[in-house]
Design a protein around this ligand. Structure first.
Ligand code: CP
Length: 308
């Protein structure tokens, strides 16, 4: 049986902990090209990105290379999907050149699941529509564990455009699975009460709940996935839900600031907050390499045989 990573729900607590522990083991090799490993020597990882990406795409490429794998990068804007080839045909043709893992980012929720059914290669979801971004959730949990020593019992606020955010859905799943207390914060149009059914608290008043939090994760407004009119204006959103120096003062002195990137400075966080010593934004990016090394090893590990 091949192994895919499509979402965090199917991974469960034990799977999440196994990947985070493996990432910790691999971390010394993640950021030092000189300490390359050979775990995936002879294997090939294909990055199929149909949406823009900086962090996820580059860190999957680095993760694969630092484990000794070959890497193929498919850029949708320069590939034959532009001529009308389907996603599945594109992926099967790339697989036919000898690929063990397909990493897929797509605007449509379920696109990686479709590929997982049609390919012999393992498929890793690198973000599908507003559905899931499992490796982001894992690296967020890794970063909280690294900074605070645990996730269990930690109060974590996810702030912003929750309804359109795959990062929020994966973060909620991973933090809940590890025993964190999650509060979702934003305007009612972007944070409906239905999220309570997933085990999160919902608040529309940032200033009321901010002083209790141990970690705040600010999220970008996903303009590409939302209709106009859900917020009065970006300036109004920033006034009510942006983290600035004034709000930083009201937070616990130990409260960490996180953001998956890309950061819209002056909207979700001001520059002084994004660059403050309490910001873990660049730690998240660094940790993404080790976590993605762990994910690639996990899908191709003893139980995951790739194309065999
Ligand atoms: N956090 C994240 O997914 O960033 P990219 O879109 O740059 O990959």
């Amino acid at each position: 049986m091949k192994r895919d990573l499509l979402g965090l729900a199917e991974l469960g607590r034990d799977g999440i902990v196994a990947i985070l522990d493996l990432a910790r083991e691999l971390a010394p090799h993640a950021t030092e090209g000189r300490r390359k490993r050979v775990d995936l020597a002879g294997r090939t990882v294909a990055n199929l990105f149909f949406e823009a990406s900086t962090r996820t795409r580059i860190s999957f490429g680095l993760a694969a290379r630092r484990l000794g794998a070959d890497v193929i990068d498919y850029t949708a804007s320069a590939g034959s999907t532009q001529k009308g080839e389907t996603l599945v045909d594109t992926a099967r043709n790339i697989e036919a050149m000898g690929v063990d893992v397909v990493v897929c980012r797509h605007a449509y929720a379920g696109a990686p699941h479709l590929l997982a059914r049609r390919l012999r290669a393992s498929v890793v979801n690198a973000g599908d529509g507003a559905h899931e971004h499992p490796t982001q959730g894992l690296l967020d949990a890794y970063t909280v564990r690294e900074a605070l020593g645990r996730v269990e019992g930690v109060r974590i606020a996810l702030i912003g455009d929750i309804i359109h955010s795959r990062v929020a859905r994966s973060a909620l799943r991973v933090f809940r699975a590890l025993g964190g207390h999650v509060t979702l914060i934003g305007p009612p149009t972007l944070v409906p009460r239905t999220f309570e059914k997933l085990g999160a608290a919902v608040s529309w008043d940032l200033d009321e709940v901010l002083p209790e939090q141990d970690v705040v994760v600010a999220l970008r407004i996903q303009h590409e996935r939302q209709d106009a009119g859900l917020i009065p204006s970006v300036r109004e959103f920033a006034r009510l839900y942006g983290i600035d120096a004034r709000r930083l003062e009201r937070m616990k002195p130990s409260c960490a600031i996180m953001h998956p990137g890309p950061v819209m400075r002056g909207v979700e966080v001001t520059s002084d907050v994004a660059d403050s010593p309490r910001s873990l934004v660049l730690r998240q990016t660094t940790n993404g390499v080790a976590v993605r090394m762990a994910v690639l090893k996990w899908v191709l590990g003893p139980e995951g045989q790739g194309r065999g």
